[in-house]
Structures are given as structure tokens and as C-alpha cells.
Design a protein around this ligand. Structure first.
Ligand code: FES
Ligand code: FES
Length: 166
């Protein structure tokens, strides 16, 4: 039986070799945080990491992913939303409908790992994910908050919430 190394665990699955990795993750392994948007590598909703690199899983056949390759999905970033990128996303209320956001976060995590202090041009080059809710400005701001150490106030990007949370 084929296996995938997902979020630190070897998992058995059953799928035809040409099945996109996205569907093995969602349908076989129950990891539904990774979303289907376009199916043609254009929107980025299906972004996961393979050996640290962001990959659009809708166009990667499972037969192309060895059991030695380390896959990380949004579920594997943290158990409780405590990854610095997730915290910045929450602090700046980045998501609207949320559908694209796990892919956005996975792309941002890969960018920040590669370039801890990305320029606007770096962000433009790396963040090609599509968001029909138009969260692009807040995605950019949240990436900058992470780059500046996670403090939205220090970054001058704090949002005042009802009830005083910021
Ligand atoms: S669903 Fe994979 S890029 Fe859109
Ligand atoms: S938050 Fe709705 S598609 Fe991006």
C-alpha cells in the first residue's frame, strides 16, 4: 500500500497513481484544511509544503511523492494556531470567507522561511495565490508583522477589536 509522510506521520492511503495529492490528503487522510479552488495550479488554495517548498497539490500526482518526502499541511503548522504566521493572521483579521487562507498561510510560511524580512517585491513574487475576497493588503501586512517579530503595534499595523483585543 502506498504511503505518504504527512505532518510527521507515515500514513497509508489508497488511490490511483495519477490521483492529485490534494485528493489523497483530503479524501483519504481527512486533512480538509487544504482547499480545492481551480485544479490547474492557478489559485494556490491547495498549497502544501513538500520538503519545505510550497507546492500546489492539485497538480501533483501521488505517484510523484515518495514516502520519504516530508509533506506539511495547514494542520501540521501547529496544533492550536500558535504558529507566528497564524498568530499574525489572527491579529490582523486577515481572513474574510477564509477559503483561500490555508494556502495563503502555507505560501507565506515558505516565503518567510526563505526570506525572513521580505521586500514588497519578494512578497509579490511569492504570494501569487488568488483571493476572491481581496485580502491581499492584509496578507501583505501580516507578513510584515511576522518579519518585524510578531508585534502588530510595533509594526504600526495593530487593529483595534471590539472588546479591546488588538
Ligand atoms: S486548487 Fe490548486 S492551485 Fe487552485
Ligand atoms: S478570504 Fe475569501 S477567498 Fe480569500
Amino acid at each position: 500500500m502506498p504511503r505518504l509522510n504527512v505532518n510527521g506521520t507515515l500514513r497509508d492511503f489508497e488511490a490511483e497513481p495519477d490521483t492529485p495529492l490534494l485528493w489523497a490528503l483530503r479524501e483519504q487522510l481527512g486533512l480538509t484544511g487544504t482547499k480545492y479552488g481551480c485544479g490547474i495550479a492557478q489559485c494556490g488554495a491547495c498549497t502544501v509544503h513538500i520538503d519545505g517548498a510550497p507546492v500546489r497539490s492539485c497538480v501533483v500526482p501521488v505517484s510523484a511523492v515518495s514516502a520519504a518526502a516530508k509533506i506539511v499541511t495547514i494542520e501540521g503548522l501547529s496544533r492550536d494556531g500558535s504558529h507566528p504566521v497564524q498568530k499574525a493572521w489572527a491579529a490582523l483579521d486577515v481572513p474574510q470567507c477564509g477559503f483561500c487562507q490555508s494556502g495563503m498561510i502555507m505560501a507565506a510560511v515558505a516565503l518567510l522561511k526563505d526570506k525572513p524580512n521580505p521586500s514588497d517585491a519578494d512578497i509579490d513574487a511569492a504570494m501569487t495565490n488568488i483571493c476572491r475576497c481581496g485580502t491581499y493588503n492584509r496578507v501583505r501586512a501580516a507578513i510584515k508583522v511576522v518579519a518585524l517579530g510578531g508585534d502588530a503595534r510595533r509594526a504600526g499595523l495593530a487593529i483595534e477589536h471590539v472588546g479591546g483585543r488588538s
